[in-house]
Design a protein around this ligand. Structure first.
Ligand code: TYM
Length: 326
C-alpha cells in the first residue's frame, strides 16, 4: 500500500546505464514503489544540452526506458514517461527561470564542468531550472538520486521556496533521498572521480548489460592502491573502499564484516568475490532487458506520455492562476 506521498526522479538518455546509476539511484526508485506514488522520467530534453546525434538520442530514449523496466520499475505501480511528451515541464521551467539568479546557476558544478567541455549554451546554464520544473510540476515530497545531484536538489528547494513566498503555497519542498551505501560509486579506473557515462574509458564503469565475464574482467583490473590489506578508508584506500561498498550493496552484508573476512585474502581473491557478487546481482536485470521488445516499450511510453501530460496540465492550472497568467 502506498502512503499519500509522491516521489519523482529522472535519468538522462545519454548512454548506457551503469552501476553508479543503479546503486546510487535506481535501486531506490524500485523499492520506493512499495511505499509511495512513484513517477519516473527519461529526461530527453536535458540530454540535448551536450552535443548529440538525433538517431542516437532516438535509440537511447527507448533503451533507457527499457532498462528502467528491466531493473524493476513496474508500469502498474509507477508512471514512467519521456519528459518531451509533457510540454508543461518546459512551461514551468520558463516561469521558474524568472525566479532563479544567474549567479546561482553559474556556480553549479555541473555548469562549470560541462560548459568547459561542451561550450557554453544557454541549455547547460538553465539545466537545473528544467530539473526543478520536472520535480515541482508533480508536487512531490521526495526525490531519490545519487550524491552528485545534491546541488540541483538544493536549487530546486530554493526556487520552490521563492515561488511560494512570492505567489502563495503552491509547491511542497521536496526531500533528497540518497542511499546509505553507494550514493557515490567511483570510477574503476580512477577511484577519485565518480563512475560516469561520459568517461571515455569503458573499463571505468560496469554497464547494467555487461556479461558476467565482462564484469569480472573490469573488477579484476580496477585500480586499487599498492598495499595488500583489504580495509575501508575512502581517503587512503579509495579503490578498495569503492569495491567494499559495492560488495556490501550486492550481498547485504556490512562493510566491516566483509573487510574483516577479506582483510588478508589479497586483492586478487577479494576482487573475484566482488566481481561475482556484482555479476550475480546484475544477471536478472540484463536477462529482463534482452526479453523486452522495443515496440512494446515504445507503445507503453506513448500511453504514459498522454497520462503524464494530462496530470501535469492539471497542476499547471494552479501555477498559472498563482502567477497571474489566468
Ligand atoms: P543522470 O542521468 O546523470 O543519473 C541518473 C541517476 O544516477 C545517479 N548517479 C550516480 N549515483 C551514484 N554514483 C554514481 N557514480 C552515479 N552516477 C549517476 C544520479 O545521481 C542520478 O540520480 N540531472 C539528472 C537528471 C534529472 C533529474 C531530474 C533527477 C533531470 N531532472 C529530476 C532527479 C529529478 C542527471 O543528470 O542524472
Amino acid at each position: 500500500m502506498t502512503n499519500n506521498k509522491r516521489v519523482f526522479s529522472g535519468i538522462q538518455p545519454t548512454g548506457e546505464l551503469h552501476l553508479g546509476n543503479y546503486v546510487g539511484a535506481l535501486k531506490n526508485w524500485v523499492t520506493m514503489q512499495d511505499e509511495y506514488e512513484t513517477i519516473y522520467c527519461v529526461v530527453d530534453l536535458h540530454a540535448m544540452t551536450i552535443p548529440y546525434e538525433p538517431d542516437q538520442l532516438r535509440a537511447s530514449r527507448i533503451e533507457t526506458a527499457k532498462m528502467l523496466l528491466a531493473v524493476g520499475i513496474d508500469p502498474d505501480r509507477s508512471l514512467l514517461y519521456f519528459q518531451s511528451d509533457v510540454p508543461a515541464h518546459s512551461e514551468l521551467s520558463w516561469i521558474l527561470s524568472t525566479l532563479t539568479g544567474l549567479g546561482q546557476l553559474e556556480r553549479m558544478t555541473h555548469f562549470k564542468e560541462k560548459a568547459d567541455r561542451a561550450g557554453q549554451n544557454l541549455g547547460i546554464l538553465a539545466y537545473p531550472v528544467l530539473q526543478a520544473a520536472d520535480i515541482l510540476i508533480h508536487k512531490v515530497h521526495a526525490v531519490p538520486v545519487g550524491d552528485d545531484q545534491a546541488q540541483h536538489l538544493e536549487l530546486t528547494r530554493d526556487v520552490a521556496e521563492r515561488f511560494n513566498q512570492r505567489f502563495g503555497e503552491v509547491f511542497p519542498i521536496p526531500e533528497r533521498i540518497t542511499p546509505e551505501i553507494g550514493a557515490r560509486v567511483m570510477s574503476l579506473t580512477d577511484p577519485t572521480s565518480k563512475m560516469s557515462k561520459s568517461d571515455p574509458s569503458l573499463k571505468s564503469r560496469i554497464l547494467l548489460t555487461d556479461s558476467a565475464d565482462q564484469i569480472l574482467k573490469k573488477v579484476k583490473s580496477a585500480v586499487t592502491d599498492t598495499g595488500t590489506t583489504v580495509s575501508y578508508d575512502r581517503e587512503e584506500k579509495a579503490g578498495v573502499s569503492n569495491l567494499l561498498e559495492l560488495f556490501s550493496f550486492f550481498t547485504g552484508r556490512s562493510i566491516s564484516d566483509l573487510a574483516e573476512e577479506y582483510a588478508d585474502s589479497g586483492y586478487g581473491a577479494f576482487k573475484i568475490a566482488v566481481g561475482e557478487a556484482i555479476a550475480d546481482g546484475l544477471s536478472p536485470i540484463s536477462k529482463r532487458y534482452h526479453d523486452l521488445s522495443d515496440a512494446d516499450v515504445a507503445e507503453l511510453m506513448s500511453r504514459n506520455g498522454a497520462t503524464a501530460r494530462e496530470r501535469a496540465e492539471d497542476e499547471m492550472v494552479a501555477v498559472r492562476e498563482a502567477v497571474g497568467l489566468s
